[in-house]
Ligand binder design. Structure first.
Ligand code: PHE
Length: 454
């Protein structure tokens, strides 16, 4: 495959986002997902509220933002899938050919995440159906046992996982502009509107001041090593960095768009939505006298109980789960695209064949993840079932490792002229970005990696 291809040829043949706003929406669509609405609130709840929020914001700005800029820059420079992007930019900078192989790590990582993400999204689909019927009359006992019963029902898990894989494939098969961009341009504004209406509702019918106090009251004593590391891991996951996703989305970006400013909008939108989701959830939880430190079951095990007794809880519950489905859907779309782009560009698959083949593989692996909660509970590798294995392998090893290598690659290996011509930043801003990507990001990632492996 030829390495020399001009930027304009690539734009003409590969498709591209229609304009800067469409790009911001698809990037936000990838970033805003279960990470914001499911993980961020429960992590905030379990890590002492405001302490976690504060450190999380610092990590987003210090590490997440600079990596996001680096990934978009790589993709736009090479205008290719994540594997070819590394190879091209490494070649252009005269780097060791091994650097060209780093893209494969991101491919394995995104495949693992995609395979278990569709299972979690399937839980949300099941709860959306339950919310449509209404949670009226359920007890605390039923709310928390309802989730456990779901995990022990392989047929329901596999059914919704299958539906979600089909929904994702059904969008990506239509391509960059007609599929991905169109879906995001509808779902992201809808998600935002639902969230704003829910926030307005909680102002009148739930305990918003308590939620506000819990998330923002400055409480320095609660900051400790585990809070810092969880916040850093979350910053990574929420911005979808370390998976090639942002490289591939960046590769469809036109040359005139300013990467740093656009990335800043994406980080701002992602943070705003996570904070709004947190406020809505805690306002509801506190108004019902429930506890915020419920852990991963906060969304599915606690909220139905709250919706069952609130005025207007039926409509509210249903809208809320639709919002979560939209968030998960736009993120899973962004996981399929890097895999499809690889098959299309490196192995000359048609888009249709590429999407179908990947969806089939992800569906198979996802079935193992569904069964690991029930029939295959005893089938483990390193003590982990398929679901936990996919989660740990991607979250604790592949994502931090590829993020670390991207930081080193963009900070130290890629020629400075290349980076400067893509980023077009003034001297001070460039200097700040360069030292973050060279020093702060690698050290911070190394710290999460080492901690996670312990
Ligand atoms: N950022 C997404 C979320 O917050 C998850 C994601 C991870 C998306 C990796 C794409 C790639 O849910």
């Amino acid at each position: 495959m030829s390495i020399e291809i001009t930027a304009n040829d690539a734009v003409a043949t590969r498709g591209h986002w229609s304009n800067r706003w469409a790009f911001i929406l698809v990037m936000a669509g990838s970033a805003v997902g279960l990470g914001n609405i499911w993980r961020f609130p429960y992590m905030t709840g379990s890590n002492g509220g405001s302490a976690f929020v504060l450190v999380y914001l610092a990590c987003l700005l210090a590490v997440g933002f600079s990596l996001l800029v680096a990934e978009i820059m790589l993709g736009r420079r090479a205008r290719a899938n994540s594997v070819t992007s590394f190879a091209r930019v490494a070649h252009e900078s005269g780097a060791h050919p091994l650097w060209g192989k780093v893209g494969w790590l991101s491919i394995v990582s995104v495949f693992c995440i995609f395979s278990f993400y569709t299972v979690v999204a399937g839980w949300v689909m099941e709860y959306t159906m339950r919310a449509a019927v209404g949670f009226a009359g359920i007890t605390a006992e039923q709310a928390s046992s309802g989730f456990k019963t779901l995990l022990s029902s392989p047929d329901i898990l596999i059914f919704w996982h299958t539906v979600f894989v089909l929904m994702t494939g059904g969008v990506v098969i239509f391509g960059v502009t007609k599929g991905i961009e169109r879906a995001n341009c509808f779902m992201m504004p809808a998600l935002f509107l639902i969230l704003v209406s829910m926030l307005a509702y909680t102002m009148f019918s739930a305990d918003l001041p308590a939620a506000f106090n819990f998330m923002f009251r400055f409480d320095i004593e609660k900051i400790n090593q585990s809070v810092i590391l969880s916040a850093l891991g979350q910053a990574f996951f929420t911005l979808s960095v370390g998976n090639g996703t942002m490289i591939v989305y960046g590769s469809y970006l036109k040359s005139e768009t300013a990467i740093p400013r656009t990335s800043l909008y994406v980080v701002a939108a992602d943070t705003l939505i996570a904070i709004m989701a947190g406020l809505v959830i805690f306002a509801i939880v506190f108004a019902q006298g429930l506890k915020p430190d419920f852990g991963p079951g906060l969304l599915l095990g606690t909220l139905p109980l709250a919706f069952s007794t609130m005025p207007g809880g039926h409509l509210l519950g249903f809208s809320f789960f639709i919002l979560v489905v939209f968030a998960a859907w736009t993120s899973s779309i962004s996981m399929l695209e890097p895999l499809a782009a690889l098959l299309i560009e490196r192995f000359q698959f048609s888009r249709k064949k590429a999407v179908i083949s990947i969806c089939f593989c992800v569906w198979l692996v996802g079935i193992a993840a569904c069964l690991s909660f029930n029939h295959w509970q005893d089938v483990t590798l390193f003590g982990l079932g398929a679901f936990d294995l996919l989660d740990s392998l991607s979250g604790k090893i592949l994502m931090p490792l590829s993020g670390f290598l991207i930081a080193i690659f963009c900070g130290w290996i890629v020629k400075r002229e290349v980076v400067r011509s893509e980023l077009r930043l003034g001297d001070t801003a460039y200097f700040a970005w360069e030292w973050t990507i060279r020093i702060i990001a690698p050290i911070a990632i190394l710290a999460i990696g080492i901690n996670a492996l312990q």
